[in-house]
Design a protein around this ligand. Structure first.
Ligand code: GLN
Length: 385
């Protein structure tokens, strides 16, 4: 180890390694079934893999354009027109990123200057607040209400000040698995009307919505689309989280500023994956039904867990299922989650990690993007607790 002798003022003095890395590491260490970090453990479509190999063999190995390859932007443009009725110009309004995380960070950086305020709805995915703080911004927290984790938009509006620059929304929602309704988005449209507030809409689970519900994208609400960044993820839709390929869409003026940041963070995303994804996405049949597969998995997992002492909360989208464990233990979420790994061999994520005040309601998040065999093994263990 090299001794470091200079003083460094940390940008995030209290930040620790993310809970996803921590729990996955612990799961590996104890050889536990890993339902913590959200990623599929089943195979990627062989066709998609072979398209990547072909791209590499065809010499698609040098930089992609800064904006991402045109064909993939074009596919996204067509998809957004088809699903949400909104036209995004492939040249000016769409950028391919190195995963949704980079897109979100770059969008936050585009908007937030020193002292600006951003509204975060908690529980919230763990990268929003650090992104705001790194840029000198101030997060203003709104907590979701009730067991159904809903937003009272008029109450949320009370957090608006003259310094509010950004509001981050996320539907389907990680970690609660709730979805925003048309009424929610109409209310958001109403409360932001006449303000300069920009909306960052994290929609990475856009194709994973259950029980016949329809994903409500900000793209489908013209007044919201005018002030919004929409963030998406190929990793979630095509079961390739390790490819770290996502996208950002926004009106030209916003996108121009976004690209100034993006090109200085990564310059461009990786090329062969983009080439393959463009070809694969061209056939919508390759992904429009993934909600059925995940709905089956959710139902299967819930059925297996029926006789357990864990109480499920409704999962309306994403590939996560929340369970309350208050009938089993009154331990804190992190303690219980660690004990589940060490003593029982099943890893989950404590919900308290998605709250800045570590609100602890005895709820754990389990990822069901797993083979039926894995879900069965995990449920067998959980049912004995
Ligand atoms: N989005 C995934 C989750 O919520 C993985 C996040 C990560 O590891 N950064 O589990």
């Amino acid at each position: 180890m090299i001794e470091f002798s200079t003083h460094l003022r940390s940008k995030l003095p209290r930040a620790q390694t993310t809970i996803f890395t921590k729990m996955s590491t612990l799961a590996n260490e104890y050889n536990a079934i890993n339902l913590s970090q959200g990623f599929p453990n089943f195979d990627v479509a062989p066709e998609l893999i072979s398209l990547v190999s072909k791209a590499m063999n065809n010499g698609e190995n040098q930089y992609a354009p800064m904006q991402g390859i045109f064909e993939l932007r074009q596919e996204l443009s067509l998809a957004f027109k088809r699903f949400y009725g909104q036209h995004y110009d492939a040249n000016e309004e769409i950028t391919i990123t190195s995963g949704a995380t980079q897109a979100i960070y770059s969008a936050i950086t585009t908007v937030i200057n020193d002292g600006d305020e951003a509204i975060i709805i908690e529980p919230a995915f763990d990268i929003y607040i650090p992104g705001i703080k790194i840029n000198g911004g101030i997060p203003r927290i709104y907590k979701l209400k009730g067991d159904d984790y809903h937003v009272d938009w008029y109450e949320l509006r009370r957090l608006f000040t003259s310094r509010t620059k950004l509001i981050i929304i996320n539907s389907p929602h990680n970690p609660t698995s709730t979805i925003l309704s048309k009424d929610d988005l109409q209310k958001l449209e109403a409360i932001t009307k006449g303000t300069d507030i920009i909306v960052l809409s994290d929609e990475v689970y856009e194709h994973i919505v259950f029980d016949g519900a329809k994903h409500q994208s900000v793209a489908a609400f013209p007044e919201l689309a005018k002030r919004s960044f929409v963030i998406g993820s190929f990793g979630k839709t095509f079961h390739v989280t390790g490819w770290k390929t996502g996208f950002c869409m926004a009106p030209k003026k916003l996108m121009n500023e976004f690209r100034k940041i993006h090109q200085n963070v990564v310059f461009a995303g990786n090329r062969p994956m983009q080439v393959a994804l463009a070809k694969y996405m061209n056939n919508a049949e390759n992904y429009v039904h993934i909600h059925q597969m995940y709905e089956q998995k959710r139902n299967y997992f819930l059925k297996l867990m029926k006789n357990s002492r864990f109480t499920p909360l409704p999962s309306k989208g994403t590939y996560f299922q929340l369970f309350k464990y208050d009938r089993i233990s009154d331990e804190k979420e992190l303690d219980f989650a660690i004990r589940l790994i060490k003593e029982y061999g099943v890893a989950s994520i404590p919900l308290s990690y998605f709250y800045s005040d570590k609100t602890d309601n005895k709820v754990l998040r389990f990822c069901f993007a797993k083979t039926d065999e894995t879900l069965k093994k995990a449920a067998e263990i959980l049912c004995k607790i």
